[in-house]
Design a binder for this molecule. Structure first.
Ligand code: SF4
Ligand code: FE
Length: 483
């Protein structure tokens, strides 16, 4: 079964007995939970699209391990074209769901760990790469979703992991046994973890010799004893409990984040991909972050396409589509969105092979890509709200629209151009609200800032990769300076 259908995927998640908490309660049936279900649907879309013949080339790839057709989200990039296709696939998924479809973190963890374990083994004679290949083959053959878990809670940001007052603020090994290790700690902001079969952890920062117990990378199934999740709140999330459709804005799809707690979780030796080799923690972080910063040049662009479309529809419904400033705002939104895409494609096209043979994006361009993503979606969202009008935050509820007494009043006074129903006008406005202020704003707006690393993290990489010394030499040569 190298490719699951969407239905098989949903069933497989329903069969996993995960420990999930939300609003102070344990969720017994997360698959049917009205707040969580839309996020599961987004991941399901990565399976549904892979079944469609027109998307076969984008959504699937040939495994370099088995020669089988697999979902591209489980693929190890074999060339620059694979990297480009990855970004195009993410744009397609963003256009389809208008949400975070969550499966990219696993793909980016796969590729970062693939090359890093190869280099760790070369330096230390360990067998992490072999461990990882076995795990990867299993995930490819079963078509699994894997959560990539990097961000530790971090406590006092000025202190190293081993110097924290509470030693659990970075995930760590608390016991070493002949057959494996026991880990304790947590990973924060875990995108899509409750919709995943397995989780791969990675260290979150470069580490020193004292941080040996923290330099750990491993994979475990989501139903492993001691592992549980606390779901993060999103703006307007309880609207999903009202039973309506319009006010949710995007009733079919969504994203979800969780705090994942590892409360003395046992990890067998064959599932370890790094265990104490502190000098490789930085490499793993840099590579994962690089791939994930490339990812944002695809997913956020796809969601941006939906937002631009929604703003244009709102302008149509308001009867202002022909105004020159409206046209110009849509041009500006498109320009910004395509600039992000250009960065995603550029860092992919400039990809190079690692020592292990898989392809790595151009790190400088990937960091420039993500740095732009920390800004442009905000401007795109601002322009969308501009075009939507203040009604985007003042419109009455779906219940008012459907009420026998006041419904006709809402109908009358919230109407735009003739020929368009008030309901349709409210639907498009609620979608804009959802993308800029509601549940999807987590994935589109705020995640654009902090996901894959906050802006300063990219600036550090840009300063490291920018090669200022070479640029100074260029200038001196042109100015005919001899020192
Ligand atoms: Fe994928 Fe984008 Fe969500 Fe990250 S934020 S998991 S890249 S859709
Ligand atoms: Fe993300």
């Amino acid at each position: 079964m190298a490719l699951m259908t969407g239905e098989q995927y949903v069933e497989s998640i329903a069969n996993l007995k995960m420990e999930i908490y939300m609003f102070g309660k344990k969720i017994d049936n997360p698959v049917e939970d009205p707040i969580l279900r839309p996020s599961l649907n987004s991941v399901k879309a990565t399976y549904d699209l892979a079944q469609m013949p027109e998307y076969e080339g984008l959504m699937t790839a040939t495994s370099h391990l088995t020669g089988e057709r697999i979902n591209r989200f489980s693929h190890i990039h074999q060339n620059a074209e694979d990297l480009v296709k990855k970004v195009k696939m993410q744009r397609l998924c963003g256009q389809t769901t208008a949400a975070c479809f969550q499966r990219c973190v696993g793909m980016d963890a796969f590729n970062a760990i693939y090359s890093t374990t190869y280099e760790v083994d070369k330096a230390h004679g360990t067998s992490y790469h072999e461990n990882f290949l076995k795990f990867l083959r299993y995930c490819q053959e079963k078509d699994l979703v894997v959560d990539g878990a990097m961000t530790d809670p971090k406590g006092d940001r000025s202190l190293a992991p081993s110097k924290q007052e509470d030693p659990d603020l970075f995930l760590r090994v608390v016991e070493r046994r002949p057959d494996g290790v026991v880990v304790r700690g947590a990973k924060a902001h875990q995108t899509g973890m409750c919709n995943s079969h397995e989780v791969i952890t990675m260290p979150t920062i470069a580490m020193g010799p004292d941080d040996k117990d923290y330099a750990i990378s491993f994979a475990v199934p989501l139903d492993t004893p001691g592992l549980f999740m606390i779901i993060g709140r999103q703006s307007c999330d309880t609207r999903k409990l009202e039973g309506g459709e319009i006010d949710v804005g995007n009733s079919r799809y969504g994203g979800v984040e969780a705090l994942a707690v590892f409360d003395d979780v046992f990890v067998p030796n064959e599932r370890l991909f790094l265990n104490g080799e502190t000098e490789f923690a930085g490499m793993l972080v840099e590579r994962f972050a690089g791939y994930h910063r490339q990812s944002y040049g695809g997913c956020k662009v796809g969601v941006g396409d939906v937002l631009i479309g929604a703003a244009a529809v709102a302008a149509d419904y308001n009867g202002v589509a022909k105004a020159s400033h409206v046209k110009d705002k849509l041009i500006e939104m498109t320009h910004l969105n395509e600039t992000l895409y250009a960065c995603g494609i550029a860092c992919s096209a400039e990809g190079r092979p690692t020592e292990s043979g898989n392809y790595m994006i151009d790190l400088l361009l990937a960091n420039v890509c993500k740095q732009n993503v920390t800004r442009f979606p905000y401007e795109i969202a601002r322009l969308a709200e501009d075009l939507a009008g203040g009604i985007v935050v003042t419109a009455p509820s779906e219940q008012d629209l459907k009420d026998p007494k006041i419904g006709p009043v809402v109908e009358k006074y919230f109407k735009g151009v003739a020929g368009v129903s008030t309901e349709n006008r409210l639907r498009i406005l609620r979608l804009i609200e959802n993308l800029t202020l509601g549940t999807a704003a987590v994935g589109y707006r705020t995640e654009s800032l902090h996901g894959a690393g906050s802006p300063q993290a990219q600036r550090i990489m840009i300063s490291r990769q920018g090669n200022l010394a070479a640029k100074k030499e260029l200038a001196k040569r042109i100015a005919r300076i001899e020192e």
